[in-house]
Design a protein around this ligand. Structure first.
Ligand SMILES: *Cc1c(COP(=O)(O)O)cnc(C)c1O
Length: 237
């Protein structure tokens, strides 16, 4: 796709997504300012991302370390950068210190490597824990019964600060099924927020994508990650 058409698509979609978020916020008794729209920008050219930022996008999320690094220098600095893709431990050194948050922390091993490298560099990295809420073989993340112990251990790791939870629920045929996973996530989020563990601040519940962001917000999400509905179809997932 040409950059021109990407920008056209963004212009056609952005207002509509904002409107959807606004309405879902109202429906859940919150205001737009309580929610973050993160643009999932994998495969999107940096010029188009910068256009989106200049139009008001405050957060962007990249999936692949190499792709992020190739865009990094040219990206406008006005938007916060999150890493949302599957991160291998051997790539942690390339990303730590370059993003505001790593949302997709799927294992203790990954958490400890992020902690170690951050501490070596004298910084603290904000992270979310990825929950495999649908218990899918094909997805990574903590299953619900592993979560309590993981949070307790992660709270003690130097160099990271746990800020919340993230999930990519299974693709559901029926809206009610989707809602069930979102509700389960919200319950985990609230339960853990109530525990007030040192070094853990449950501020973000990152769930909801192009097809279900409004539903996710209504179930308590405060960070939605939207790609296709903002930029159009892409070549890889
Ligand atoms: C690509 C991606 C999104 C956005 O998905 P869309 O369906 O295109 O909105 C959200 N979260 C993650 C982790 C992604 O990889």
């Amino acid at each position: 796709m040409t950059e021109k058409s990407y920008i056209d698509i963004f212009e056609e979609n952005y207002e509509q997504i904002e409107e959807g978020i606004f309405r879902a916020a109202q429906a859940s008794g919150r205001s737009r300012e309580d929610l973050i729209l993160l643009a999932a920008t994998k495969t999107v050219p940096v010029e188009v991302i910068n256009h989106a930022i200049s139009r008001g996008i405050t957060h962007i999320g990249e999936n692949r370390v190499q792709e992020f690094l190739s865009k990094e220098e040219k990206l406008l600095t006005d938007a916060k950068r999150h890493f949302i893709g599957h991160l291998q431990t051997n790539k942690v050194k390339d990303i730590v210190g370059r993003v505001e948050m790593i949302e997709s922390v799927h294992s203790m091993k990954l958490a400890s490597v992020i902690g170690r490298i951050s501490a070596e560099r004298g910084i603290t990295t904000d992270i979310l824990l990825e929950v495999n809420i649908g218990r899918e073989e094909s997805k990574s993340g903590f299953v619900t019964e592993e979560l309590d112990e993981a949070i307790e251990k992660i709270a003690k790791i130097e160099g990271i600060r746990l800020k919340g939870l993230m999930a990519i629920p299974p693709i559901c045929e029926k809206e009610e099924e989707n809602t069930r996973y979102f509700e389960e996530m919200y319950k985990l989020f609230i339960d853990n927020r109530g525990k007030k563990i040192d070094n853990v601040s449950m501020e973000y519940l990152s769930m909801g994508m192009s097809s279900d962001y409004a539903e996710a917000i209504k179930c308590g999400s405060n960070l939605v990650r939207v790609g296709t509905s903002l930029f159009g179809k892409r070549n890889y997932k």
